[in-house]
Design a protein around this ligand. Structure first.
Ligand code: COS
Length: 384
C-alpha cells in the first residue's frame, strides 16, 4: 500500500541521490577501513533513515511494507553495509517492540531508535542454536522484580554499535521448544552483559557482528516484551517474516546494481574486435539476470502488498527470501563472469559485492529453512 505517492517519490528520490552522490563514492573507503564514516551516519539520521519502519507516533516515518521494499530497492544499490546499519533499527532490532511491545516499552525506546540516537540489535542465534532457533539455551530466571540472564548469543548484527538488544531467552529452562521462550529488551550497559571480539567476515565490511554474552545479567521485569512470558519465539518469528521480505528487497536492489555494473563493463570491454556485450553468450547472462531480477521484484511487491492488506505472509516471505537471495547469488556469479579476470580483482566493485551478497542466502533464515517453512505451511493448509 502506498499512502501518498508524492511524499514517497520525494523520499525515494532523495535516497537515490544520497546513494549515487554520497554512498557509492565511499564504498571503497568503507571496505578498506571497515567503518562507515561518521559524516555519512549523520546524513542517514538527517534523512530519517533510522526510523523508516517505526510508527509515526514514536517519531518514525511508519512506511508500509510496500513503501519499505521500494525504499530497500534503492538503498541496496550500494554496499550492503550501509543498509545494515539502519537495517536493525527498522527491522529485527525494533520490530519486536513495534509488534508485541507494551505502550510503555515502545515509548521508552522507539523514539530514540527512530532518530538514530540509539541502535537496536536482535539477539536470537546462539553457538548451538542457529536454524533450530527454538532450541536456544540462554536462560532468563525470574528473581524478584528482575530476570537473571545467562548465555551467549552469536553473530549478532550491529552488536558493537547497539545500545539495546532484543534478546530471546528461555524463561522455563526445563521446558523444551518455543513456548518457553520470552523476549527481553536489554540495555548495553547492564552489568553482566559483555561483547565478544568483532567477527572477521567474508564480506560486508563496515557492518559488524559479534557475540553478546550474558553472565548473571539482571534485567528489570518491565523489560519483558509485551509483559508476558512464553510469547518470545512467536515474536521472533513475526519479526523475521517482515525481515525476510526486507532482505528479499535488498537482494533485488543489489542485483540491479551488479547487473548495471556488468552491463556497463560488457559495453565497454572489447575482445575479438568488438564490445563483449555484442556476443550472444554474454547477452544470455545479461538477459537471464534481468528476467530473474524482474521476477523477484514482482514477488517482493506482491508479498508486501499482501502484508499491508493484513494477510499472513509467512509463506510468501519465505518464497521471496528463497528466490530473491538465490537469484542475487546467481546474478553476482554471472556479473563476475562477465567481468572475467577483472571481476576477480578488487579494482572493480563486483569482487566485493560477490562476497557481500553471499550472506543473504544465510541470515534471517537459510535457503533451506525457507524451503522448510514453505513446505510445512503448504502441508498445514492442505490438512485444513
Ligand atoms: N508467525 C507467528 N507464529 C509463528 C510463525 C510465524 N511466522 N512461525 C512459527 N510460529 C509459531 C508456530 O505457530 C508455533 O506455535 P504453537 O506452539 O502455538 O503451535 C511456534 O511458533 C513454534 O513453531 P514451529 O513448531 O514451526 O517451530 P520449529 O522449532 O519447528 O521451527 C523454524 C521453526 C525452523 C521455522 C524456525 O526455528 C526458524 O525460522 N529458524 C531459522 C531461524 C532464523 O531465521 N535465524 C536467523 C537469525 S536472525 S538474523
Amino acid at each position: 500500500m502506498i499512502r501518498d505517492q508524492e511524499t514517497l517519490n520525494m523520499l525515494l528520490d532523495s535516497v537515490s541521490r544520497f546513494v549515487r552522490e554520497q554512498l557509492v563514492p565511499a564504498e571503497a573507503e568503507v571496505s578498506e577501513t571497515d567503518e562507515i564514516p561518521p559524516r555519512l551516519v549523520s546524513q542517514m539520521r538527517e534523512l530519517g533513515l533510522f526510523g523508516l519502519a517505526i510508527p509515526e507516533e514514536y517519531g518514525g516515518l511508519d512506511l508500509t511494507m510496500e513503501e519499505e521494499v521500494l525504499f530497500a530497492f534503492e538503498i541496496a544499490k550500494t554496499s550492503p553495509a550501509f543498509r545494515s546499519l539502519i537495517g536493525t533499527n527498522n527491522g529485527i532490532g525494533a520490530q519486536g517492540l513495534v509488534i508485541d511491545g507494551t505502550d510503555e516499552q515502545r515509548r521508552k525506546y522507539l523514539p530514540r531508535m527512530a532518530s538514530g540516537e540509539i541502535i537496536g540489535s536482535f539477539a536470537l542465534t546462539e553457538p548451538e542454536a542457529g536454524s533450530d532457533a527454538a532450541s536456544l539455551r540462554t536462560t532468563a530466571v525470574r528473581d524478584g522484580n528482575d530476570y537473571v540472564l545467562n548465555g551467549t548469543k552469536r553473530f549478532i548484527t550491529n552488536a558493537p554499535e547497539a545500545s539495546i538488544f532484543t534478546v530471546m531467552a528461555r524463561t522455563d529452562p526445563e521446558m523444551k521448544g518455543g513456548s518457553a521462550i520470552s523476549a527481553f529488551i536489554v540495555e548495553k550497559d547492564t552489568p553482566g552483559l559483555s561483547l565478544g571480539k568483532v567477527d572477521k567476515k567474508m564480506g560486508q565490511r563496515g557492518a559488524h557482528t559479534c557475540d553478546v554474552i550474558f553472565e548473571n545479567c539482571r534485567v528489570p521485569a518491565e523489560n519483558l516484551i509485551g509483559g508476558r512470558e512464553g510469547i518470545g519465539f512467536k515474536t521472533a518469528m513475526k519479526v523475521l517474516d517482515k525481515g525476510r521480505l526486507h532482505i528479499s528487497a535488498v537482494s533485488v536492489g543489489v542485483a540491479e546494481r551488479m547487473l548495471d555494473d556488468a552491463l556497463r563493463y560488457a559495453m565497454d570491454r572489447k575482445q575479438f574486435g568488438q564490445p563483449i556485450a555484442d556476443f550472444q553468450l554474454i547477452q544470455a547472462m545479461l538477459a537471464d539476470s534481468k528476467a530473474e531480477i524482474y521476477a523477484a521484484r514482482c514477488m517482493v511487491i506482491d508479498a508486501a502488498r499482501r502484508r499491508d492488506a493484513g494477510e499472513n505472509v509467512s509463506t510468501q516471505a519465505s518464497c521471496c527470501k528463497l528466490f530473491a537471495t538465490e537469484m542475487c547469488g546467481r546474478v553476482a556469479d554471472r556479473a563476475v563472469q562477465i567481468h572475467g579476470g577483472a571481476g576477480y580483482v578488487s579494482d572493480y566493485a563486483i569482487e566485493r559485492f560477490y562476497r557481500d551478497v553471499r550472506l543473504f542466502r544465510i541470515y534471517e533464515g537459510t535457503t533451506q529453512i525457507q524451503q522448510l517453512v514453505i513446505a510445512r505451511n503448504m502441508i498445514r493448509e492442505a490438512q485444513g
